[in-house]
Design a protein around this ligand. Structure first.
Ligand code: RET
Length: 299
């Protein structure tokens, strides 16, 4: 059974290869830039909301490092072949049996899943410190989010090894992962729709929570979309018959990496910024004055 990502069975024109390199570079560069944003804005919110910024910092550091590894994995897995003018991996054109015994360095999306293992629980937990909850309700969600979020990623991680060739395990693990995903979505919907109507929260912050729900829904749905990419692309056909560059596969790989990068920037960075804004509105409504702000005002 083949346990490699579909990207290894596609040959790339220099344009497609470079586009993926650029997209992956954008991914880790944004995380480093946003890291500074979350550090520098921490004092703009009241101390009780700062744990959300701290968790964004944790997310940024882990995403930066792992997305850097992801970009290096792309660079190392393919070489340029001057006679065809294409980038190719040692796996292109091998039979299924030969792939199973080959050992060269393969490209893998697996790094991403390990990053999510850290980031998904952090992203789900950080919001619990910006909305208004009883201690009991917060603890309940903390456990539920951590459990379902972790199970969603672990089961999806196992499934992604089987995206090329016989796809039965790929689909079964994907379905199990989806069950946990639905639980996460359901809990988050209740939390955010509740916060958007909570009269202990000022109206401007309520509006932000409502928008966070839509951002959350759309950005998180992109991940299962990228997981399913091999189903709609002909990566497996390329494995058997590598007739030069296969335009559809090439576009598919570029599209999949764009999807991952957009999803990462929106679900981690935009989400964190919106939570910071909501916390700023709440801090302001509670009369919080940023340290040092009064000196500026009276100067
Ligand atoms: C998988 C496997 C296939 C089924 C489903 C999945 C969902 C993944 C999600 C990932 C979210 C990741 C985030 C990372 C941020 O750092 C695992 C692809 C439903 C929702 C938000």
């Amino acid at each position: 059974m083949i346990q490699l990502s579909m990207e290894n069975f596609v040959q790339y024109s220099p344009m497609a290869f470079d586009m993926v390199s650029h997209i992956l570079t954008l991914g880790f560069a944004v995380m480093l830039a946003a890291l500074l944003y979350f550090v520098l804005t921490i004092r703009t919110v009241a101390p009780r909301y700062r744990i959300s910024s701290v968790l964004s910092v944790v997310v940024m550091v882990s995403a930066f490092l792992i997305l850097l590894a992801q970009a290096q994995s792309w660079q190392n897995a393919f070489t340029y072949n001057p006679s065809t003018g294409l980038y190719t991996s040692p796996y292109v054109g091998l039979t299924e049996a030969a792939v199973a015994t080959a050992v060269p360095l393969a490209f893998t999306n697996g790094f991403r899943y390990l990053n999510w293992l850290i980031d998904v629980p952090m992203l789900l937990i950080q919001i619990l410190f910006v909305v208004e909850l009883t201690r009991q309700e917060r603890n309940r969600l903390l456990i539920r989010f951590s459990f379902s979020g972790t199970m969603m990623i672990v089961t999806g991680y196992i499934g992604q090894f089987y995206e090329v060739g016989n796809r039965t395990p790929f689909l079964i693990w994907g379905a199990i992962s989806t069950a946990f995903f639905i639980d996460v979505l359901w809990q988050m919907r209740g939390l955010l729709i509740g916060a958007a109507k909570d009269n202990r929260i000022p109206a401007n912050a309520q509006a932000v929570f409502k928008n966070i729900w839509w951002l959350f829904l759309v950005s998180w749905m992109l991940y299962p979309g990228a997981y399913l990419a091999p189903l709609v692309l002909d990566g497996a056909a390329t494995l058997v018959n590598p007739a030069g560059a296969n335009t559809w596969s090439e576009i598919g790989v570029v599209a999949r990496q764009i999807t991952y990068t957009v999803a990462d920037i929106t679900s981690k960075v935009f989400y964190g910024v919106m939570l910071t804004v909501a916390a700023q509105y709440r801090s302001e409504a509670e009369g919080y004055v940023m340290e040092g702000a009064s000196e500026v005002a009276t100067a």
